[in-house]
Write a protein that binds this ligand. Sequence first.
Ligand code: NAG
Ligand code: NAG
Ligand code: NAG
Ligand code: NAG
Ligand code: NAG
Ligand code: NAG
Ligand code: NAG
Length: 760
Amino acid sequence: MKYSALCYVLFLVLFDVFLVESGADEGEKYGVYIVYMGAATANGSSKNEHAQLLSSVLKRRKNALVHSYEHGISGFTARLSAAEAQSIAKNPGVVSVFPDPVYQLHTTRSWDFLKYGTDVKIDLSPNSDSNLSSRGYDVIIGILDTGIWPESKSFSDKDMDPIPSSWKGTCVEARDFNSSNCNRKIIGARSYNGPDDDGLVNTPRDMNGHGTHVASTAAGIKVPGASYHGLASGTAKGGSLGSRIAVYRICTPNGCAGSSILAAFSDAIKDGVHILSLSLGSPASSISDFKNDPIAIGAFHAVENGITVVCSAGNDGPSEKTVSNGAPWILTVAATTIDRRFESNVAFDKNKVIKGEAINFANIGKSPVHPLIYAKSAKKAGADERDARNCYPDSMDGKKIKGKIVICDNDEDINSYYKMNEVRNLEGIGAVLVSDKTNGDASDFNEFPMTVIRSKDAVEILAYLNSTKNPVATILPTTVVSQYKPAPAIAYFSSRGPSSISRNILKPDIAAPGSNILAAWTASDGKVTDIPKFKIMSGTSMSCPHVSGMAAVLKSHYPSWSPSAIKSAIMTTASQINNMKAPITTELGATATAYDYGAGEMSTNGALQPGLVYETTATDYLNFLCYHGYNISTIKVISKDVPAGFACPKKSEANMISNINYPSIAVFNLTGKHSRNITRTLTNVAGDGTTTYSLTIEAPTGLTVTVHPTSLQFTKIGQRLSYHIIFTPTVSSIQKDMFGSITWTAKNFNVRTPFVASSR
Ligand SMILES: *[C@@H]1O[C@H](CO)[C@@H](O)[C@H](O)[C@H]1NC(C)=O
Ligand SMILES: *[C@@H]1O[C@H](CO)[C@@H](O)[C@H](O)[C@H]1NC(C)=O
Ligand SMILES: *[C@@H]1O[C@H](CO)[C@@H](O)[C@H](O)[C@H]1NC(C)=O
Ligand SMILES: *[C@@H]1O[C@H](CO)[C@@H](O)[C@H](O)[C@H]1NC(C)=O
Ligand SMILES: *[C@@H]1O[C@H](CO)[C@@H](O)[C@H](O)[C@H]1NC(C)=O
Ligand SMILES: *[C@@H]1O[C@H](CO)[C@@H](O)[C@H](O)[C@H]1NC(C)=O
Ligand SMILES: *[C@@H]1O[C@H](CO)[C@@H](O)[C@H](O)[C@H]1NC(C)=O
């Protein structure tokens, strides 16, 4: 432990006094709290020590301990009263004590709707080169999620080498899961029930589908002939075909408990994974600071142990400041659309057709013969007109809906599945949702004839409704459009920057495909013997494992690369151009900014040859903690890697975070015409021999950007060179956030660094 035995004893004495004063009450309410005690010692922190600390507080109360974290991370989770939690927090070895948070999967469909969907679909990562399998170096990707459906063809271990000898994990025996479910592809499986999961089976078997989808996207093998009910047929495959999968089931129908997340991080560090992939996080409304966020804490220690941690940015877009998992040691992934669309068009009047986007497997005929009604006209007596228009539950008159196709608005944000259920319950025979938001992300309405149209097209159909007594329509079967343009575009749901944790770190970091992604799924009705299928899903949950797969490919090619080198390679080689050779746009057609996609859309080829990388060192992260307000005593508890003599810089303020050696630059509080001088250091990874990089600056109007020096000459591999970049507003007050980039270019290498400057 970091604190001395003496400290500990002193603390216990003081602590007893506190207890006496506060008077531990018999009838007190207990909550589940995480007690975070920083880095574990090299040999693992002692469970006894945790138990001792706990029992000193609890006195006679037993069985309060939920988890003890001993590897990488030190700490524990326990059932405590608020007073007990407060007491424990006073221990000098304790960094923070906070209520166990519940995080959510980052799919656009809630768990309910995941369960509701009875079937599945499809094929996958449009951007992975089949040749990018692991060579020479065996990479293990740990997936923290809902578990896995091991029978899926995506996880066959045919032709795979034996399990790497470095692997120290395990394959647990549990209900519907035993050691024969692990193989040379799925090399480990563990599961963790949360504190509120008492009655739920504790098994790595995926009863949801999400974890299976994510795992197969990251590292599933090629499965030819995959399709979703015949749609989008093709070969399903993961980003890193040769990588191994280690499963950590931390989510249940109750959500993903922070205490389970930390337990999984601790085990994964001990087990020897190289990449960790988390498609989950806290909602944008409750993003916590580093010391109260189990993902940020776990990721810090994982990265300290050489593990690259990739997390989804969240699905709370398109509002700004919604990005989650924004700690600087995390690779934070936004989502984009792909060039495949699912159309289910609406035919009406005699022969008019407008475009609709959806997946449904209904077939109510190609002729527009079904009566059509605007939900507003079906308003129930006493209901609110806006509710009715939006097909809110309990707002429409069943007599008017029965037997008709219903047009619903979408200007109040409730899940479209509630609308579907409402229309269906009232015996409507189909529904047309008017929405511009979900452009590029096909909702899957399964067997119900429902589709989504754009508001500009809705005008035409509403005018038709107005113009005739007996309007008719039909919803056409779903068809697949490939090579759709423009693509990629930012997915509407993708959470946006800036980060609410630190405006001086630009987040998200990168974007990858997250709309209409086809990957493995669980057997439909939970029967273990069913043949597993494939399913189309959307969310940053789906974009995250694309990047995890790419990180694994990089780790396989460059085993000695640090997590920050891997992150840098992925970021500096990203693309900002779509398949029309135009700038990537948002869902509404505006040019995307770094708040939407960070460095841009991940490029699978470029990342393997970055030329130069930004290495973010342990000292950088410690400085980040200093600038963020932590003192050296706390930092020494948090990190096991504090270099001898390290002290927080004398001058310490949030603005200095901009100087952390990060692959992007964010400068805030840029007021007046005062300059800000930022330093970055690049490391040559492209080989020996002289390579001279020249500079291109893309600066927004209102901002002068100068760089010194303007060329960088590298002569050997591993060489580091620094440059300064000076931002000077040319107007006395810059109003908006301004975006730009600088690019170092040599031979085939383009090392691009995006920046944002703001007066806010
Ligand atoms: C860790 O274990 C090794 C071998 O068992 C031992 O030599 C070393 O002293 C231990 N280190 C600590 C900090 O306990
Ligand atoms: C795949 O790798 C093999 C062997 O390294 C190479 O011969 C082949 O050209 C590669 N294929 C592609 C598509 O890159
Ligand atoms: C594991 O489960 C499989 C399938 O459910 C079963 O065939 C096998 O006998 C089980 N193995 C053990 C060791 O329990
Ligand atoms: C339909 O008619 C209503 C009332 O007559 C009018 O308010 C509305 O603007 C019309 N809608 C269209 C699309 O023409
Ligand atoms: C460091 O910060 C912690 C938590 O805010 C505080 O309890 C402690 O007294 C501080 N230590 C020093 C040396 O300032
Ligand atoms: C902004 O900068 C000024 C000095 O330029 C400083 O006094 C102020 O504290 C800074 N504000 C923030 C939020 O960092
Ligand atoms: C920027 O800062 C560096 C040191 O951090 C210094 O050497 C350089 O002269 C500064 N440049 C300007 C224009 O202030």
